[in-house]
Design a binder for this molecule. Sequence first.
Ligand code: MN
Ligand code: MN
Length: 384
Amino acid sequence: MTEFSRRNLLGAAAAGGAVAVAAATDGLADGQPPFGPTPPVLAGAQLPSFRFQLGAVAQKRWDGGWAKEATVAEFPVSEKLAGVLMSLAPGGLRELHWHANAAEWAYVLKGRCRVTTIDPKGHSQIADFNAGDVWYFPRGFGHSIEGIGSEDCLFVLVFDNGYFSEFGTFSISDWIGHTSPEVLAKTFGVPAPTFANFPKSEVYISKGPVPPPLPADPTPGALNNGALTHRYQLLAQRPDVYPGGTNRLVSQRQFPISATMTGALMRIKPGSLREMHWHPNADEWQYYISGRARLGVFGSHGRARVEDMSAGDVGYVPQGYGHYIENAGTDDLDLLIVLNNGEYQSISLTARVAANPHLLLSTNFKVPEATFANFPKGERFMPA
Ligand code: MN
Ligand code: MN
């Protein structure tokens, strides 16, 4: 852990997160009145804020789309994961690029897009993504994303490095624009003047015609797919059902290429909660899609913090920190959860307590053994 993070997590220099630059224009705001006073910190020293209002950040705009991001620069606690909200118009193209220091995990919230990828073995894939689909690109793999269909495509990108910036990545136009025509001519085997009108700086997002549908039955030999697909249909997965809601989980077990990240699409019913738990092997990045929530985080040494979250917000929980998510509204709470480990690990507080004799619990908590007579016998996950 860096000195920077130690300072922030201990709260000595807690900046407290977000600066609202502009009103949310994502169409994700829930239109409800503002929350009442934020619940008080329970006890002990202050923790930094685990909430960042990504929805309220001003869009960086191009003809063809927009993006806004949350890295440690904007959201100091989020050291291990960064996030980006991006929208592409039909025909809008996030150009060919790669990321040097992070894998990319994404969830499509609205609309459709087409992704092209290449891996170090020369395998390439072109695939269409619909709302509810997930993609994963290992660190350094080349990719592009293009809006298709008739409406804007909105997606959440998550990177397993908080210092990552989507606005500081390796774009193909940027490289070609900063390489001599002679070298480009030798590389591509075409005359140097071919590159006379290529852009001299990064394009990032450009706008072109909506491409035709992919062939349903490609010509034999036309494809060079690798063994592992980059696409996983998360919303189409049959969810795990609990008394208080549902959960769809995608780890490397369900999605073999996703070696460094796990995702979950969680719905929590009004009045219910994702119970108190912690993750031994991962930090947790959250994107609140709809509804209202209360996120409770426990950071040891008497430090606990409870924050209200609403649509467009990002939440963050460092590895090992205790936490829970409570539906604090009257509608279903939908959120996306991304962990920076391909293996899903979680320990619930109810399971931890249930795995002990009542005598031990009596000694631990200094109350009579009978206190525990009606405690649950194991994990509850999402009680009603
Ligand atoms: Mn990317
Ligand atoms: Mn969690």
